[in-house]
Design a protein around this ligand. Structure first.
Ligand code: KG4
Ligand code: ZN
Length: 341
């Protein structure tokens, strides 16, 4: 934050499977960040079930927002404005947050701003670091994988994105094949570590010479590998008796292939965009192996790598409140007709 005006923003995030609220103070920083995770609700299904997600948001939103205010030690009278995620996300889930935010904005007489969830991730690094502009930002989560060139608060250009699945989605899907619950990323990382992050199975690499991403070919290569070796029963959609080390070998090869793709795309982008820093954000940025790979890329280009703490990598209200704060300061105001975008 650069201006002298001290403000306190309540951020609300319900775009997917976390009901989150946070109070962000323009000089004190994050005063609270409360979250109700729906992971146990969706775990058995191998992914987020939209109907269950929106119903759970309805049940939890009031409690989560009240707790965010209580932890921050404030009441509605101390809040300068409300920020809420309006896109992208699951429509039924977004609508719960937007409806609730508009109701309290009206009842408390407060201004409201809509926030792009991806902009929240892009600027989530500022919750804990002063990142120099311009920076290159790799956003990787269960729904998105993209590279942005960020020149100022709210100013960013999409320079490459996935043509199919998101990186996190690939981890979630392969983990599911091995019977692991959602989210698959942490399990893939733990399994890969057991195999020493070796490229045991050598899946093919992306041939495109640009900065776009693609993970569905990798997923298909893994499935063919399992089928060809008689380890996957296609008729019953389940694994047969497999070698003891198969999960760790596949997980490790998958993670190394994703790491190679991230590094290749980031290096290409850094050679044509004059970035002063690299940022790695989104749920997949919880991954230590991938952070280490990107740290080496940044080092080769003599720039620092920034990433948020795990609590700000995955979806959270603080990143929405942060973006809401600079938008509020710029005088941006939405009407009570604020809706999904
Ligand atoms: O940002 P996020 O909480 O939600 C979305 O906006 O999608 O990201 C969740 C994704 C999931 O796909 C999950 O498997 C992945 O982040 N993830 C990880 C790790 N922790 C979470 N992927 C790789 N390694 C991890 N340690
Ligand atoms: Zn997200």
């Amino acid at each position: 934050m650069t201006s002298d005006q001290v403000i306190r923003i309540l951020g609300i995030e319900t775009s997917c499977d976390e009901t989150a609220a946070s109070v962000y103070h323009s000089t004190a920083g994050v005063e609270s960040s409360v979250l109700h995770s729906q992971i146990p609700l969706h775990a058995a299904y191998g992914g987020v079930v939209p109907e269950l997600a929106s119903r759970s948001h309805i049940e939890k939103i009031n409690v989560v927002v009240q707790e965010a205010l209580a932890v921050a030690g404030c009441t509605s009278a101390d809040i300068s404005g409300i920020a809420v995620t309006t896109h992208p996300g699951l429509p039924g889930s977004l609508l719960v947050g937007i409806g609730f935010a508009k109701a309290i904005a009206y009842a408390w007489g407060l201004p409201i701003v809509g926030v792009n969830h991806l902009e929240g991730h892009i600027f989530s690094v500022f919750l804990e670091h002063q990142v120099p502009f311009p920076y290159l930002c790799l956003t990787a989560s269960g729904g998105h994988t993209a590279l942005y060139y960020v020149t100022d608060f709210g100013c960013y250009e999409l320079i490459g994105e996935t043509l199919d699945d998101a990186a996190g989605e690939a981890f979630d899907k392969i983990a599911k094949v091995f019977g692991a619950p959602y989210p698959g990323g942490p399990i893939i990382e733990a399994q890969a570590q057991r195999a020493g992050f070796a490229d045991v199975r050598g899946y093919p690499r992306l041939k495109r010479q640009d900065v776009s991403f693609s993970f569905s070919g990798l997923k298909t290569a893994i499935m063919y590998d399992l089928i060809r070796n008689g380890w996957y029963d296609q008729a019953h959609k389940k694994l047969t008796a497999v070698p003891e080390t198969l999960f760790q070998d596949v997980a490790s090869s998958l993670l190394v292939a994703v790491g190679d793709q991230f590094v290749d795309r980031v290096n290409r982008a850094l050679s044509s965009y004059p970035a002063r820093a690299l940022a790695f954000v989104g749920g997949v940025a919880c991954n230590q192996y991938l952070r280490d790979r990107l740290a080496r890329s940044a080092q080769q280009h003599s720039i620092p790598l920034f990433w948020p703490s795990p609590k700000y990598c995955t979806d959270n209200g603080a990143m929405i409140a942060y973006v809401g704060a600079y938008r509020h300061r710029r005088g941006e105001r939405a009407g009570l007709d604020l809706d999904l975008e």
